[in-house]
Design a protein around this ligand. Sequence first.
Ligand SMILES: Cc1ncc(COP(=O)(O)O)c(C=O)c1O
Length: 374
Amino acid sequence: MKTMIDYKNLAAKGVQKLNPYIPGKPISELEREMGISNIIKLASNENPLGSSPLAIQAMKEVIGEVELYPDGNGFALKKALAAKHNVEMDCITLGNGSNDVLVLLTEAFLAPELNAVYSQYSFAVYPIAIQAVGAVHKQIPAMSWETDSPLGHDLDAMQAAVDDKTRLVFVANPNNPTGNHLSEKELKSFIANIPEDVIVVVDEAYLEYSSVEEQVDASSWLKEFPNLVVTRTFSKAYGLAGLRVGYALSNPDIANVLNRIRQPFNVNALALVAAENAIGDIEFLERSLLENSMGLRILENTCHDLDLRYVPSKGNFLLVDFEKEAAPIYTELLKRGIITRPVANYGLNDCLRITIGTQEQMNRLNNAMQEVCG
Ligand SMILES: Cc1ncc(COP(=O)(O)O)c(C=O)c1O
């Protein structure tokens, strides 16, 4: 349909400047394009073991009731989360994925004259959500490859960037797409140095992939820091990415603000029961973490063999630096039925982010990488 109107020009100024989020290529698209089967997707940090059997069973039990709206307050899931995190239920905001709660935070606390601070090479949704509401996104250059925290957050520079117009600071721990993480000491002293009228969002989408002893769980500091918001997701270690369910933990006043603008039924009925039951499926969680650590080791060995540097990862993915344009390598891996994630949109043209699959998948990736890069 032809039109003389430039609809992009009608959009809000912040929206006009957005670079849309680029998702990983779906398997079906590659099958169509390349006419090949037996494809493995190592592009979107999904769980290669599937989902918790307890979650699937619980969904089967409610599938016949989807003519009804879900529980808009998510009572049962919040109750389970409150017990897990040892917080009151009014500290919890449920989201259609943790992406939803990140957007709620920007909608609730930002406006065109205000700003939010985040690190270069951090989750691509932060600048999108900040700019969508017309606010200023202050991207702070990351640490260099040569430091102890290659491509990690420069916390001193982030703290220095906070001014009287800053309302939000985003910290991903572990970070995506780099995989690096901050120690308890670093993160806690950073939060302590941020003024109380600036909300610090600690995004813990990948926290479960660290062993319990190593986890830097900022949610245990909620009482100490009223300006702290911690976000979590069921998309990664719990294997429920397709259902879209995540949450924020915060002081009740912040949760109250977020719940004012939340869509009344933002988490669907199947997602609510699946998440509630996945929390208790420790067996599935432990199996997922074990498979991840074995698969990660295989990919690290491949990198050592091929003399490729990478960012040590605490997530279910590894950022590999090919030290030359990575796009041709991505294409060669695609031809071998392996979808990885280009990160040129982050300015990392020489890198690919590779999700950790099963050990079998990582052995297949090893063979493909040996052919392509060896
Ligand atoms: C750091 C980080 N935060 C948040 C999310 C959002 O995940 P979801 O909306 O599936 O909960 C992702 C997804 O990849 C992520 O990498």
